[in-house]
Design a protein. Structure first.
Length: 289
C-alpha cells in the first residue's frame, strides 16, 4: 500500500519522473535564493519580479507559441528591464523602490495578460500564469538544470559576500568593491530562477517555491547556512507531496505543490522553537516564575 501510494507513480509514469526532477532542481536553487530575499526583506519584491517576466514570456508566446527558448529569453529581458527601470526610478526620483516596483509590477502583469489574451485561449493563459509541471519536456528540464547549477555555483563563490550584503549593505559597500556587483548578481539570480520556475509553475506560482520554504525555515534556525539547507529540504518535501496529491486527488500540480509548502509553513509558525506555541509556553513559564 505504501509502495503504491508513494513510489509507484514516480516509477511507472515518465511525466511524474520529469515533474519530480524539475521540481527538485528548482528547490535546490530557488529555495536558497528565497532565504536571501527574505533576509533582505525583499520577499514582496520577488513576487513583483515574478509578475514582471510575464510580458516578455507573453511576447515569446505571441511570436512562437508555447516554445521554451523564446519565452525564456523574453522573460529574462522583461525581468531585467523591470528591475533596472524600477531601480532607476527609485534612484533618480523622489519615489521609493517599493512603490516603483509595485507600479512596474502592476503594469507588467496587465500587459502580459493582455498580450496572451490577444492570441491565445483561456487554456493558454492558465498555462502561462500557473504552469504545467506535469508537462515538462526535456528542453525545460535542461533549462532548469542549467539555472540550478549556475545558481549553486554563484552561491558557493559569493555566499559570504551575499550574507554580508544582506546584513549591512551600506557597511559592506563601504569596505568592499563587491557591494554593487553582488547586489546585481543577486537580482540576476532572482530573475533567472523565476524564469526557470515559470516553465514549471507559471508566473504566479514561481515565486512561491522561492519564498514559502525560506519563510518556514526561518522559524527553526538563525544560521544562514542551516536555513538554506532546511529551506531546500522543505522545498524537496513539498514538491514530492504536492505531486503525489496532484496524482491521487486529480488536483492542479502547481497549486498542490504550493499548498504543501504552505502547510509546512503554517506548521512551522505553530510548532517550531520560535513559533507561536512554544513562545507562548515560555512566556507563561517566565511570568509564573
Amino acid at each position: 500500500m505504501l509502495y503504491e501510494t508513494f513510489i509507484l507513480p514516480f516509477v511507472e509514469f515518465g511525466f511524474m519522473q520529469r515533474a519530480l526532477f524539475g521540481a527538485f532542481m528548482l528547490s535546490l536553487s530557488a529555495c536558497p535564493v528565497g532565504v536571501f530575499l527574505m533576509l533582505r526583506r525583499m520577499s514582496l519584491t520577488g513576487d513583483a519580479m515574478a509578475h514582471a517576466i510575464l510580458p516578455g514570456a507573453a511576447a515569446g508566446f505571441l511570436l512562437y507559441g508555447l516554445e521554451i527558448v523564446p519565452m525564456t529569453i523574453g522573460g529574462l529581458i522583461a525581468g531585467v528591464v523591470v528591475a533596472l527601470g524600477a531601480g532607476a526610478v527609485a534612484r533618480f526620483t523622489i519615489q521609493k523602490e517599493d512603490a516603483s516596483m509595485a507600479a512596474f509590477y502592476l503594469i507588467s502583469l496587465s500587459l502580459g495578460v493582455l498580450m496572451v489574451s490577444l492570441r491565445g485561449s483561456s487554456v493558454d493563459l492558465m498555462h502561462v500564469l500557473f504552469g504545467t509541471v506535469l508537462a515538462l519536456n526535456n528542453d525545460a528540464l535542461i533549462l532548469i538544470a542549467m539555472v540550478s547549477v549556475m545558481t549553486l555555483c554563484a552561491l558557493g563563490l559569493f555566499g559570504r559576500a551575499l550574507v554580508a550584503e544582506c546584513m549591512d549593505p551600506l557597511f559592506f559597500r563601504s569596505v568592499s568593491r563587491l557591494g554593487s556587483p553582488v547586489h546585481f548578481l543577486f537580482l540576476g539570480l532572482v530573475v533567472t530562477n523565476l524564469v526557470a520556475g515559470f516553465q514549471a509553475l507559471g508566473t504566479l506560482l514561481a515565486v512561491g517555491l522561492m519564498i514559502l520554504p525560506a519563510a518556514g525555515a526561518r522559524f527553526w534556525t538563525q544560521s544562514v547556512a542551516t536555513m538554506c539547507l532546511l529551506s531546500v529540504a522543505i522545498g524537496l518535501f513539498s514538491s514530492a507531496v504536492g505531486l503525489l496529491l496532484s496524482y491521487h486527488a486529480s488536483l492542479p500540480s502547481g497549486p498542490a505543490v504550493m499548498l504543501s509548502a504552505g502547510s509546512v509553513y503554517f506548521f512551522s509558525v505553530i510548532a517550531s522553537p520560535r513559533g507561536l506555541l512554544l513562545s507562548h509556553l515560555r512566556r507563561s513559564a517566565h511570568r509564573s516564575a
